[in-house]
Write a protein that binds this ligand. Structure first.
Ligand code: BG6
Length: 290
């Protein structure tokens, strides 16, 4: 089937979303609400996790997929993780090119954002490109103001895994992290294969190279552009029970590995622009390797 891009109007009670179909049955789905990618299938496997309790009606940030964090990571003067994940974005254009399907979304400042604690004129372009085995998600942040501005940004990627107990993350070895659960900073990761066995919330700063997330034969490679930091998050049992839009046992089938620029804010002068984002590539082990 040739690649295609369609806008669905959300007649089923959820809000509008863009459905991208690529070669070999690959697909992706993006809500205009928050420009949140809620599904990515490649080689017949769903790669992203969305909670069964997630609200898809625009009443709160979508719990899962790839919500966008901008212009503030975590708590602060703005609501937690900033406003981009709760604004309605515009689908600017889309294209199906045979081997790839592309959607371009945009968020600009409006009355509400100008009245917020981050009142600047900006444009945030988000280009999502799907091929048979890749999903690229690139943000272009542009300063249209006559003042400089600073921000933090992140792609809060929830990966679906068969079992958190056998899930490993590679590429963090040697990186220094702040541990938000234990309240420590400046610890160096010494594991080549990072595993999670409890509530984890870590910000690894300045991580070079490629990261992989693997479970069983399924593996996804993360390559980053101007996103030097990686947040690793799993709420585990107690925190899960506190979240109304997350099932009590769902922590067993997800892991958040979130590329971003969060350890230090980024500053853009008027008319300056930054491109940042990630390329996810399916890198499943061949049956013969198992
Ligand atoms: C992670 C943060 O990126 O997002 C965590 O490091 C936070 O501290 C998590 O709990 C989820 O945030 P939220 O606002 O989507 O519940």
């Amino acid at each position: 089937m040739p690649a295609s891009v369609k806008l669905l109007d959300g007649a089923d009670g959820s809000t509008e979303r863009v459905v991208l179909c690529g070669p070999d049955g690959a697909s992706a789905e993006v809500y205009l609400y928050g420009a949140t990618i809620t599904s990515w299938t490649s080689r017949g496997v769903e790669r992203l996790f969305v909670s069964a309790q997630a609200k898809l009606d625009g009443s709160r940030p979508i719990r899962g997929g790839i919500p966008l964090v901008f212009p503030q990571f975590g708590p602060g003067e703005l609501p937690q993780h900033g406003f981009a994940r709760t604004r309605k974005w515009v689908l600017v254009d889309s294209e199906a090119r045979g081997v790839s399907a592309v959607a371009n979304l945009e968020l600009r400042d409006d009355e509400d954002t100008r009245a917020s604690k981050w009142p600047y004129a900006f444009s945030l372009r988000y280009t999502i490109t799907l091929t048979a085995t890749t999903l690229s998600a690139i943000m272009k942040i542009e300063n249209f103001d006559d003042r400089e501005f600073s921000f933090t940004a992140l792609q809060h990627t929830y990966f679906r895994v068969a079992d958190i107990a056998t899930t490993t993350v590679t590429g963090l070895d040697g990186a220094v992290y702040a541990d938000k659960v234990r309240g420590t900073t400046g610890t160096t990761e010494r594991r080549a294969q990072v595993t999670v066995a409890g509530n984890e919330d870590r910000v690894y700063a300045d991580v070079p190279g490629t990261i992989t997330v693997g479970c069983g034969k399924h593996r996804v490679r993360i390559q980053r552009f101007n996103f030097k930091d990686i947040v690793l998050w799993n709420p585990w049992a107690d925190k899960s029970a506190e979240m109304s839009d997350f099932g009590d046992s769902e922590y067993k089938t997800m892991i958040c590995v979130e590329p971003g620029a969060v350890a230090k804010p980024v500053t853009l002068r008027p008319a300056q622009m930054l491109s940042c984002g990630q390329l996810l590539t399916v890198d499943d082990a061949a049956d013969a390797e198992l």
